[in-house]
Design a binder for this molecule. Structure first.
Ligand SMILES: [Fe+2]
Ligand SMILES: [Fe+2]
Length: 344
């Protein structure tokens, strides 16, 4: 009995959901050639199956709307193509029913901006004048714990990667992009819980996470992870995210200090990377175009130029995180000092 009711209820719910969910996609007469295919059977049986729009023959960034104009007239005026989905452009466009305007950005020279993952206003010129040698001498028990935690983490990393600095950089960026996001998220929740401003630190930490992720997107262009390296990233992210989350809850001053030391290690690693390029052990290939656009590098820049700007970024992260820890050490919350937003 229960089973029958359940089955009938399920059918009714599916029919209702079919009307509600599927008709809002701008589908008229039950057929939409790009998004889904409906067939209404004689016994009010509605089936829906997702199909992928064929992308063959589409030019880069060409919209599915343009494709539709050749083979299919859109059913509603609201259907719009929203450009290519991926960074650097993929062959498939996305049809938007929701009126979200297609965003087309051009560079200063009038050519099309091809990155969806960041926009021209996110790009910047790295501040290369930053002091790379600054170091926070550990003075308290927590400082020493943070310092030796990072040193201990470096040991297995050195053994695993040895002198493969390209691969090492790529893998370490998958970890480096976590603390800013976790810290920003926790400050965000705290701001909501306590009905108070964050002093801009949510934005500053999320900016750091985004900047680290752009390092990863850049190094992906010059080094492709192998299957076991991908598996390692899965495992390390699972452990590190949760460990840092708990660590930040217990002691933000420790968490920021540890990231400060991680960044000092990152500066060291990129300095070694540069030495390997200069020695000719790593080929100084042309800079990936994503890096040229993100750091506004001149045309003809090379991998060496990219490593230089990434290292400068790491030095800025070092300063931000040691500063954040110092604020806590002085008995304040981060919001007591204006956050270094846009500090690159
Ligand atoms: Fe980084
Ligand atoms: Fe960093």
């Amino acid at each position: 009995m229960m089973m029958t009711i359940g089955r009938q209820g399920g059918r009714l719910a599916a029919a209702a959901a079919g009307k509600r969910l599927f008709t809002t996609c701008g589908v008229s007469n039950g057929v939409h050639p790009l998004l889904m295919q409906f067939s209404a059977g004689p016994a009010r049986k509605v089936t829906a199956s997702w199909i992928r729009a064929p992308a063959i023959g589409l030019r880069r960034n060409e919209s599915t709307l343009a494709l539709g104009e050749r083979g299919h007239q859109p059913e509603t005026r609201e259907e719009k193509a929203v450009g290519s989905a991926g960074a650097g452009g993929e062959d498939k466009g996305v049809v938007s029913y929701w009126g979200v305007p297609p965003s087309k950005v051009t560079k200063e020279d009038g050519t099309e901006w091809k990155w969806n993952c960041f926009r021209p206003w996110d790009a910047y010129k790295a501040d290369m004048s930053i002091d790379l040698k600054k170091h926070h001498a550990p003075s308290t028990f927590l400082d020493r714990m943070a310092f030796w935690t990072v040193k201990a983490l470096r040991f297995p990393t050195d053994i695993f990667f040895q002198r493969r600095y390209g691969c090492r950089a790529m893998m370490l960026e998958t970890v480096a992009a976590v603390p800013g996001m976790v810290g920003g998220m926790l400050l965000h929740c705290k701001s909501l819980r306590r009905f108070e401003h964050s002093g801009g630190w949510i934005k500053a930490l999320l900016e750091e996470a985004e900047n680290e992720r752009m390092h990863l997107m850049t190094f992906m262009e010059v080094s492709q992870p192998r299957w076991y390296e991908r598996a390692l990233v899965f495992a390390v992210q699972g452990v590190f995210f949760n460990a840092y989350f708990l660590g930040y809850l217990v002691s933000p001053k420790f968490a920021h200090r540890m990231v400060g030391y991680l960044e000092e290690e990152a500066i060291h690693s990129y300095t070694e990377f540069l030495k390997e390029i200069d020695n000719g052990n790593i080929e100084n290939v042309p800079a990936p175009s994503i890096a040229i656009d993100y750091w506004r590098l001149p045309p003809g820049s090379t991998l060496r130029d990219v490593v230089l700007v990434v290292r400068a970024d790491e030095a800025h992260h070092r300063d931000v995180n040691h500063f954040a820890s110092d604020i806590h050490y002085q008995g304040h919350e981060l919001r007591a000092a204006p956050a270094p937003i846009g500090y690159h």
